[in-house]
Design a protein around this ligand. Structure first.
Ligand code: PEP
Length: 242
């Protein structure tokens, strides 16, 4: 399996800015062969990015979706619409959605189920806050997120990509050490009899990517801020084996 490098653009880049960014990335890293690159722009840029990457090896992902396929859910987006735009992946349960938008484990569970049903691959985010880590509750929090998020779909975990994203490391410049990340990845992996894929996310940048990817537990990364800088993201995509 190739390492997975996913870029979450969050609420940045309008369609014309997205075109510029993806074109530059394609110039710099479009030739990469041994990495799976997933680009997750805002909803409004999916069509533009989809068009530009269609003959490349880059894949398209969305940052969220609703659990229903359609209906009276003003302002929400169906996973089926994402598929029709060429998305193969969708980020589910990102900490910004949990903590800022009030998304619950139950909502996340419904989204994961729908994504499985309609054939979108979820990038399922889990992770503890700084306070929870300081209180020694990291494993308890992760276990709870896994248990509730995966209710009734435990047998399908091999079809989901997990992203361990400690909340204290997201957008803060504080990265989990490769060892801290590795320990939690091992803990997550231990919960399942099937082999699962686990990415790390949280202030990944050009300076720490090589040491993170040197950990055998870390099978890829979910990158926020640094994925908006084409040169830096290219360095992340083309990380060097240590
Ligand atoms: C993210 O958005 O998932 C993320 C990890 O952000 P950042 O890389 O900016 O910390």
């Amino acid at each position: 399996m190739n390492p997975i490098i996913a870029g979450n653009w969050k609420m940045n880049k309008d369609p014309s800015e997205s075109r510029v960014l993806i074109q530059r990335l394609l110039e710099l890293a479009g030739d990469v062969r041994d990495r799976d690159v997933i680009i997750c722009p805002p909803f409004t840029s999916l069509a533009a990015v989809s068009e530009l990457i269609k003959n490349s090896r880059f894949k398209l992902g969305a940052q969220n979706m609703h659990w229903e396929r359609n209906g009276a859910f003003t302002g929400e987006i169906s996973g089926l619409f994402l598929k029709s735009l060429g998305c193969e992946y969708v980020i589910i349960g990102h900490s910004e959605r949990r903590h800022i938008m009030g998304e619950t484990d139950e909502m996340i569970n419904k989204k994961l189920k729908t994504a499985l049903e309609i054939g979108l691959i979820s990038i399922f985010c889990i992770g503890e806050t700084e306070k929870e880590r300081e209180e020694g509750r990291t494993e308890e929090v992760i276990l709870n997120q896994l248990k509730k998020g995966l209710r009734d779909i435990e047998s399908e975990v091999h079809k989901i990509i997990f992203a361990y994203e400690p909340v204290w490391a997201i957008g803060t410049g504080k990265t989990a050490t490769p060892r801290q990340a590795s320990e939690v990845h091992k803990f997550i992996r231990k919960q399942f009899s099937k082999k699962i894929t686990i990415l790390y996310g949280g202030s990944v940048n050009a300076g720490n990517i090589d040491s993170l990817m040197a950990e055998k537990e870390i099978e890829g990364v979910l990158v926020g801020g640094a994925s908006l800088k084409p040169e830096e993201f290219t360095r992340i995509i083309k990380f060097q084996q240590m």
